[in-house]
Write a new protein. Structure first.
Length: 197
């Protein structure tokens, strides 16, 4: 059975829990919770892994991946897994934060630049283009003059955390839609949603 890699981007360690840059980890954790998937640490692949033979993903199995190589080197861990399991970029979904999208929204794309996101730049360097991007809104950056690294490595305010938590179901159902129906149909559904309130 072939695999679909579902990769959440983030930084490992308690000091990064709850930061905006770990939105990808948070959504993968929420996605894995209802079916009761168990995360296992793989030293070989430098990642936390959870496998799911989900009926809606048939005939493929899902391999959920949280790289432990830190955001800026995410591609190294993902490339090792993709090479070992012979998974092409088109069968890889990257779930990550995007400060150019409003908090609470999610958008899907399959091409484009890294947009200043070091984790995506690492994926592009190691995998090449063609992987599916599921981008989670954490914007806007406020105040606008704030350093981008300080913003993404900072934690949500209590109000922002409430909004993010309220949209977790939306993000996980959106991810399931990408897995089940593919990027094109997911783009038609998710990219046209109205602005979150």
């Amino acid at each position: 059975m072939s695999l679909l890699l579902v990769v959440g981007l983030g930084n490992p360690g308690r000091e990064y829990d709850g930061t905006r840059h770990n939105a990808g980890f948070a959504v993968l954790d929420a996605f894995a919770r209802p079916p009761g998937l168990a995360w296992e640490r793989s030293r070989r692949f430098e990642a936390d892994l959870a496998r799911w033979d989900a009926p809606f993903a048939s005939p493929r199995s899902l391999l959920l991946v949280k790289p432990l190589t830190f955001m800026n080197d995410s591609g190294r861990a993902v490339q090792a897994l993709a090479s070992f399991h012979r998974v092409p970029p088109a069968d890889t979904i990257a779930v990550y934060d995007d400060l150019n999208i409003a908090l609470g929204l999610g958008k899907v794309s399959v091409t484009g630049s890294a947009g200043g996101h070091n984790g995506v730049a690492s994926l592009l360097a190691h995998l090449g283009d063609g992987f599916i991007r599921y981008r989670l809104g954490i914007g806007p950056k406020e105040p606008p003059e704030m350093d981008m690294a300080d913003f993404v490595l900072g934690r949500f305010t209590p109000d922002q955390q409430t909004i993010f938590n309220q949209h977790l179901d939306h993000h996980t159902s959106g991810l399931r839609h990408v897995i089940e129906h593919g990027a094109d149909r997911a783009m038609n559904l998710l990219n046209r949603r109205p602005t979150a309130q």
